[in-house]
Design a protein around this ligand. Structure first.
Ligand SMILES: [Fe+2]
Ligand SMILES: [Fe+2]
Length: 482
């Protein structure tokens, strides 16, 4: 058996799961592979399939050095199946099976639940590639173009990760699910992706940076909860995926920070002190801070919906079963059973936002969403430091969890970003101030002109602090001619 560190690069599918000795799964994956490549060519980055892109590829899961950088055509990227090393004598950390040895095979009684968890996670991975497929045409620099493609190929690899688990452990059902994952399409009227936020458009680069800050971070939280799983192959898969996910959030957070930095510098140069003087700021060809706030409101609220209903029996069942834990379950100091514990949940009762103690088992989605908020607050604080250092009084704030919701407790109410409950009429009136408008969209579109000269950046975004893989500022990250 492979020890979980060495990656076999000889076959069609790089892996550290011993595929060369597993003829059944290797055949299933090799059968799936052409359909995947067709999907990538149809739905992956439009117009750049032949470009040479400076990408990192995972060649080991050793934390000390798993990545190798080099120029690759994306359809030839080595999408592999990589599991983090097994932890010796690992036991189930929570739920009804706490203390028992972890499962290497799917426990029969939880088969349906586990399959559902894998399919929902798997569906988000190709969805984001589809959502981002037109962005290459308007990239503000070759550096950003390369980062987009890095995120895209890794989301592709995450699909492989889930498809491997389905094909390895779910037989014919798993093969069918793997086909379905290639058949659904983000935003398609008949065969949409499974979750709402993954059917929204990503029309411009500010949306992309917001998506990778907020929505990829939902991915991080879900993967972290699944990394606690008593189903050991899932735990090991998710632990490795998390190392890649960190880069996606870096792309998002640093992208927004660079937009803010450029806007503030342009306002300074032009002698503008009032960051809310939108007309004056837009004359400079940069993105005003109030628009950044509206985009943030949108992407944050769409992402809140991904955590599902605050009160959820599915979440309780998955926890009891030992399949999906809490964020950092292994660092929480309690009984990990939650039989009698409670958790404070925000609810909308008779038009008022109230905090109620609810059985902790039923409120696991709410808790994961709270952990998400704590995590993303760090990004917002860093963005605000950029504004503060430039000497502006404006501050970005996360919207209230009840703002603009379609799922859960707050779906039936209308809340302002500060949490005030509004009438329908007041909400309609407030909307253009707190969510991106058609004019905002048109303005952003007017700025989205591609910049393809090495080391040059579009006028609405500052260069990064450092290059990828320590490359110099004028490095040609994407050779478009191929
Ligand atoms: Fe992913
Ligand atoms: Fe991601």
């Amino acid at each position: 058996m492979p020890d979980g560190l060495d990656v076999d690069y000889d076959g069609l599918i790089p892996n550290n799961v011993g595929l060369s000795q597993d003829a059944r799964v290797r055949r299933a994956l090799e059968t799936w592979h052409p359909g995947y490549i067709d999907w990538w060519r149809d739905m992956g980055p439009e117009g750049f399939q032949d470009a040479l892109v400076y990408l990192r590829t995972a060649v080991s899961v050793d934390p000390a050095g798993w990545a190798k950088f080099g120029f690759v055509r994306m359809p030839e990227y080595k999408w592999g199946i990589l599991l983090a090393p097994a932890v010796a004598d690992r036991t189930i950390g929570f739920g009804l099976h706490r203390g028992e040895e972890v499962w290497q095979e799917v426990p029969g009684e939880y088969r349906a639940m586990l399959r559902r968890l894998l399919v929902i996670q798997g569906d988000t991975e190709p969805a984001s590639v589809e959502q981002q497929r037109h962005l290459g045409a308007t990239a503000p620099s070759l550096y950003d173009l390369r980062n987009l493609f890095q995120v895209n190929v890794e989301e592709g690899r995450h699909l492989w990760a889930m498809v491997y688990l389905l094909q390895k452990h779910f037989g014919a059902d798993g093969r069918e699910e793997a086909e379905e994952l290639l058949r659904r399409r983000s935003g398609h009227i008949d065969t949409p992706r499974m979750l709402g936020a993954f059917n929204e458009a990503t029309p411009d680069w500010l949306s992309f940076f917001m998506f990778t800050t907020f929505t990829d971070r939902d991915g991080k939280m879900q993967l972290a909860a699944l990394a606690q799983s008593g189903f050991d192959p899932l735990s090991r898969t998710c632990r490795f995926m998390l190392t890649e996910e960190a880069h996606h959030m870096f792309v998002g957070e640093s992208g927004v920070a660079r937009v803010i930095e450029r806007t503030c510098a342009a306002m300074r140069e032009a002698g503008i002190d009032d960051a809310t003087d939108v007309a004056a700021v837009r004359r400079l060809g940069v993105i005003d801070l109030p628009l950044i706030q509206r985009k943030m409101n949108l992407h944050c609220s769409l992402t809140f919906d991904l955590f599902g209903n605050e009160i959820s029996t599915n979440a309780a069942n998955a926890f009891n079963a030992g399949l999906k834990g809490r964020y950092r379950e292994d660092r929480i100091d309690d009984d990990h059973l939650l039989a009698t514990a409670t958790y404070p949940v925000l609810r909308l009762v008779d038009g008022l936002v109230v905090r109620e103690e609810v059985p902790a088992l039923s409120s696991l989605n709410m808790r994961l969403r709270d952990d998400f908020v704590a995590d993303v607050e760090g990004s917002v604080a860093r963005w605000n430091r950029v504004i503060e250092r430039a000497g502006f009084a404006f501050r970005l704030t996360l919207p209230h969890v009840g703002f603009n919701r379609r799922i859960g407790e707050f779906a039936r109410g209308h809340l302002a970003p500060d949490g005030t409950v509004l009438t329908q009429a007041a909400w309609q009136q407030l909307m253009p101030e707190v969510l991106p408008t058609a004019q905002d969209g048109a303005y952003l579109e007017s700025l989205m002109r591609p910049e393809r000269r090495p080391g040059v950046f579009a006028g609405w975004i500052a260069p990064p602090k450092a290059g990828i893989d320590s490359k110099p500022g004028d490095f040609e990250y994407v050779r478009i001619e191929g």
